[in-house]
Design a binder for this molecule. Sequence first.
Ligand SMILES: O=P(O)(O)OC[C@H]1O[C@H](OP(=O)(O)OP(=O)(O)O)[C@H](O)[C@@H]1O
Ligand SMILES: O=c1cc[nH]c(=O)[nH]1
Length: 172
Amino acid sequence: MKIILDHQQIELVIKRLAHQVLENHSDSNDTVLIGIQPRGIFLSDRLHQELCRYSATPPPYGKLDITFYRDDIRKQIHVPNHTDIPFSIEGKKVVLVDDVLYTGRTIRAALDALMDFGRPAKAELLVLIDRRYSRQLPIQPDYTGKTIDSIVSQQVKVNWNEGQHEVVLVDQ
Ligand SMILES: O=P(O)(O)OC[C@H]1O[C@H](OP(=O)(O)OP(=O)(O)O)[C@H](O)[C@@H]1O
Ligand SMILES: O=c1cc[nH]c(=O)[nH]1
């Protein structure tokens, strides 16, 4: 097992990502933040907290469940989560948030699920960890906490323990 990011590094990265989002979205009336259930929510919650700290007008924040849009829905049992998007995304710039980007299939599903809520002006992707060279679809992040090289037999685990977050790379 190898530690990729420790607690302090994760906190620094989240602050940096929040600043990058604010830098690119100076008019937060046009922007919305949407975390992908289930594991993107720990990151999107923290990111939203930081956006609220640094901006007097932070973007509206919602949560998106992608379960029924997954391409393996007929192959595996998945327990659905809830979607909570109490605002319109029509014509907005959406920042999607997830913890890990690997094959890109989760984000493909998220984009499909998102379109049920309207036609955004733009959708961007923010991830804590980008496992580059692992993509099975043409999807790339706009904001990245850390890019890593890894092999198929490895897995990235993001642990959001109170006061002790960490990202580790484990050999399966
Ligand atoms: O780019 P992808 O290959 O879609 O992987 C990324 C997804 O994997 C994890 O979810 P989860 O543990 O639910 O994994 P799974 O989507 O592979 O089941 C993670 O929270 C991302 O949402
Ligand atoms: O390594 C990986 C790949 C997909 N999803 C994860 O959470 N970790």
